[in-house]
Design a protein around this ligand. Structure first.
Ligand code: 8BR
Ligand code: GLC
Length: 496
């Protein structure tokens, strides 16, 4: 299909999904909401910070590749690495002094809703989805104010023994403090020099410094857990994220096993009366390999239906699952990358027993779909195209405050390089005898019965920002699929 035909597909898919969003009964979204302190880092600011700390110490830590930020040198080392590679990364810090150091030496431009669950909740509410039930285990007063104030976005609480759903501003815990993450964004071509060695940033991206205070627990009170059945009656699916916050060990002697178990229990409860309920986990950058593997093999595997990842996250996931070579190929800069992404998606779908693996890259999105998923290939393709319109809207104007805003995304042209990547993957699959060129266009089915859906995406030349675009893509594709699932599944006896 040439680019013009794809544009026609875009226009049709967009109208089709947009008009059906009202059919979704509701979506449950948990766990991670935080406040993002966003700073666009400029050349002279990097220079100032490098001069302040000294080049050689920073370079020493670049080699060490810190997976946790303990001090400003670790932070600068990870910033230099991200800028050098143009790669997104998220690194935890358990140290509150770092916040002070950043405030004193850099400052931020603006604060916004952050965290995958927080971003997805606000997006769904702004798109007009009914019953967006968001749940944050650490809902502070400040955090509550970052949720859009809209009657379709409510947070559960238990009052006088009864479940209530209320605006987050009415049910926050006054004793809690907000979790603030720092997002250091940088632009393509920014020059960074250290001891005479210089490089130019290859593409727009960001480093996230994720604060991990002691009180951060991926958890749900037992009184709320007991009342989940009332919530699940009004939802068609759940978007879950934030498991990266799980720690190997806690001060009270509990371990990640306890939190994995609690997380799985919540999913099981959501699906109790409807084993086919769509449960999507949005992956992220997880530095700790033990936790990364546990999330994939103990929470995602068997319990959820779909997994959303970006390119780096696919490589990270493949790495802990034992596919190091494939992980390496995913990160290559040539056409090998899209082929490795497809092969990686096959491994993830099989190994984690999923129905859908959703991969978003700059220029194309891939869904690999198992035979038992209730939506056909056209439905999956429409879902990816709709997701791309949301991403392009977010990238071009920096926000999506209503479904009307998304018209902006539709105007963004398809990225030619992404369209070329489709050709590379098609040639590979035809060569391997997996499918013919015609079949590739209509959804190539491999020997295991998985359908491959790949679309070229709309890419904004000078994006207003990149943080949160992945969440918009995954949430957009997820709700688009929900509009296509007419059979809402079984019900527990006694439920209407
Ligand atoms: P994560 O937030 O999960 O890393 O996802 C980021 C996604 O944003 C990328 O996979 C890419 O598809 C999309 N994106 C980026 Br980065 N820059 C974009 C741009 N300028 N226009 C449209 N999409 C973009
Ligand atoms: C992660 C980060 C959060 C950011 C989000 C964007 O959840 O912790 O700060 O807003 O990713 O996707």
């Amino acid at each position: 299909m040439d680019i013009n035909d794809w544009e026609i597909q875009y226009a049709e898919a967009y109208v089709n999904i947009k008009d059906s969003l009202k059919d979704i009964r509701g979506v449950f979204v948990a766990y991670n909401s935080n406040i993002d302190a966003i700073k666009h880092v400029k050349e002279e600011e990097v220079r100032k910070l490098v001069d302040l700390l000294g080049c050689s110490v920073i370079q020493g830590q670049v080699v060490q590749y810190p997976r946790e930020i303990k001090d400003p040198v670790d932070l600068m080392a990870r910033l230099v690495i991200s800028m050098r590679d143009g790669k997104a990364a998220e690194v935890p810090t358990y140290n509150t002094d770092l916040h002070e150091w950043l405030m004193d030496n850099l400052g931020f431009d603006r604060a916004r809703m952050g965290g995958q669950a927080g971003i997805m909740s606000n997006l769904l509410a702004n798109l007009g989805i009914h019953n967006v039930t968001t749940y944050v285990p650490w809902l502070s007063k400040e955090q509550a104010e970052y949720f859009v104030d809209s009657p379709n976005l409510l947070h559960p609480a238990v009052e006088n023994g009864e479940l209530v759903l209320k605006p987050p501003r009415e049910v926050y815990n006054p004793h809690l403090k907000p979790k603030v993450n720092w997002i250091l964004e940088f632009s393509k071509d920014t020059k960074v020099c250290c001891a005479g060695e210089c490089f130019a940033v290859p593409r727009d991206n960001r480093l996230i410094i994720s604060s991990r205070p002691d009180w951060l627990h991926i958890d749900m009170s037992s009184e709320l857990y007991d009342r989940l059945p009332q919530i699940r009656q009004n939802i068609d699916g759940a978007l879950l994220a934030g498991y990266q916050m799980i720690k190997e060990e806690y001060e009270d002697g509990t371990t990640y096993h306890d939190y994995v178990k609690k997380s799985v229990n919540v999913i099981s409860r959501l699906k109790e009366c409807n084993p086919r309920m769509q449960i999507h986990v949005e992956f992220t950058s997880i530095q700790n390999r033990v936790i990364r593997k546990a999330i994939l093999t103990e929470i995602v595997k068997k319990h959820t239906t779909s997994l959303g990842l970006d390119t780096v996250e696919v490589a990270n996931a493949l790495n802990v699952l034992g596919y190091e070579e494939l992980a390496f190929a995913v990160m290559s800069k040539d056409e090998k990358s899209v082929i490795a992404l497809y092969e990686g998606a096959v491994r993830l779908l099989n190994d984690l027993q999923l129905q859908v693996v959703n991969i978003h890259s700059l220029g194309h999105y891939i869904s690999l779909v198992s035979q038992d998923h209730p939506v056909d290939v056209e439905g999956h393709r429409d879902a990816l195209l709709f997701a791309s319109v949301l991403a392009a809207t977010q990238a071009s104007i920096g926000y999506i405050n209503s479904i009307d805003d998304t018209k902006e995304g539709l105007k963004v042209p398809i990225y030619e390089k992404g369209h070329e990547d489709l050709g590379s993957l098609a040639a590979y699959l035809v060569h391997k005898g997996v499918c013919s060129m015609d079949e590739f266009e209509s959804g190539c089915i491999n020997a295991m019965g998985h359908s491959l859906v790949i679309v070229p995406t709309k890419v904004v030349d000078k994006p207003a920002g990149t943080v949160g675009i992945g969440d918009a893509i995954s949430a957009g594709a997820f709700i688009a699929l929900l509009t296509k699932i007419k059979d809402k599944g079984e019900k527990c006896p006694g439920h209407t």
